[in-house]
Write a protein that binds this ligand. Structure first.
Ligand code: UDP
Length: 363
């Protein structure tokens, strides 16, 4: 199909580059790079203060949306008094005739609700599993009204929306592999890594438990979202040597993590994808993960890391002891084949073409 004009609408929880948006920031970056490389014209709408990630970024003023991870299942839809989310979608409304398709990355009710009021087709890429009844309802409605308009990152994530699971398109994710240097051997003495937001759903307590039980130091890179969960985990596992290295930008992160013997992913929720798994593998670092959510669809057990029974810390520790069985070159290769921005953009391009075609049909 011909070159498309694509407008990507970012998450309203914070500006690009702040880390507040978690994996969505990297997804957006991957989409901009991959789709631009295929000859498409890509622009981004994002909260004011966002970094420019290759494409043109329209900076929108307004108050950030609260993240939905910690809200109750029956929580109402909430907006602050001057919501950046509303302003971002007002921008979409005013500029929709200049583009062929809008890609929505916000895990929020409003963009789904507004879609039928717009002329332009909107492709919704849902970044988390089911968390909230209001979101579930509006996602289901979008799937029923506009088949093919909603995609997710993994099969496990789709399954958290049982009413429409088989009608959600699974597109995985992708990173600019060439920006990650592969390190063929782990640093000595050995240490493990955890990369991600410091927040209860990420299983921080188990990260400390693994450090304590394995006797290996643990280095942690990520945004401190919940100080309390960090200090409580430290108190519960006094034998754990865990060091917080802070939140670092992607380029610094990739340079820092290559020496890890492995990274551990012990999430308590269904991780929609787990970008950090492919980032670590791109550096040659194997991943030891619970067989739960996205990481279970990324890690090939025994080849690019190990998958263990969810919540079984001892099983993680046993996998750590076997880490030299993993070929670090294989980890890198797997990302090049499946999880590059090129591979992602190919899958997304097909999705957008299908959506544009069916939209023309409906209109
Ligand atoms: N990240 C980062 N700097 C850090 C730690 C993490 O930029 O110091 C990024 C990482 O590159 C990844 C994101 O934070 O893209 C975490 O995404 P993931 O999908 O693993 O989890 P989420 O936060 O979306 O639940």
């Amino acid at each position: 199909m011909a070159a498309k004009r694509i407008l990507i609408c970012s998450t309203p929880v914070g500006p690009l580059g702040s880390g507040i948006g978690g994996g969505v920031e990297l997804t957006l970056h991957g989409l901009v790079l991959g789709l631009s490389a295929r000859g498409h014209e890509v622009e981004v709408v994002a909260p004011e203060g966002s970094l420019h990630l290759g494409g043109r970024v329209h900076q929108i003023a307004g108050e950030w949306q609260a993240s939905s991870q910690s809200a109750a299942r029956d929580a109402p839809v909430e907006l602050p008094p001057r919501p950046v989310l509303g302003a971002m979608w007002d921008h979409v409304r005013r500029h929709q005739h200049r583009v062929d398709v809008v890609v929505n990355l916000a895990y929020d009710w409003l963009p789904f609700y507004l879609t039928p009021f717009l002329d332009v087709p909107v492709a919704h890429l849902v970044s988390m599993g089911s968390l909230n009844e209001a979101m579930d309802a509006v996602v289901e409605q979008a799937v029923l009204d506009r088949p093919g308009s909603v995609a997710v990152h993994s099969r496990a994530q789709a399954d958290t929306f049982p009413a429409v699971a088989d009608r959600l398109r699974v597109i995985g994710n992708g990173i600019a592999v060439e920006r990650y240097d592969v390190q063929l051997a782990a640093d000595e003495p050995r240490y493990l890594g955890y990369i991600g937001r410091i927040s209860p759903e990420k299983g921080i307590d188990d990260v400390f438990a693994v450090a304590e039980a394995s006797g290996l130091p643990m280095r942690v890179w990520g945004l401190m979202q919940d100080e309390r969960c960090w200090s409580e985990a430290g108190a519960r596992h006094p034998g754990a040597h865990v060091r917080h290295e802070g939140f670092v930008p992607t380029d610094d992160l990739q340079a820092a993590i290559g020496g890890c013997a492995a990274i551990v992913m012990t999430p308590k929720w269904v991780e929609a994808f787990g970008n950090v798994a492919i980032e670590a593998m791109a550096c040659g670092v194997p991943v030891i993960a619970y067989r739960r959510g996205g990481p279970a669809e990324i890690v090939v057990d025994g080849e690019t890391g190990f998958l263990v029974e969810p919540d079984d810390v001892d099983a993680v520790v046993r996998a750590v002891a076997r880490i030299d069985e993993i070929d670090r070159v294989m980890c890198r290769q797997r990302v090049e084949e499946r999880w590059s921005t090129t591979a992602l953009a190919e899958r997304v391009d097909d999705w957008l073409d299908d959506l544009i075609r069916s939209h023309q049909h409906v209109r």
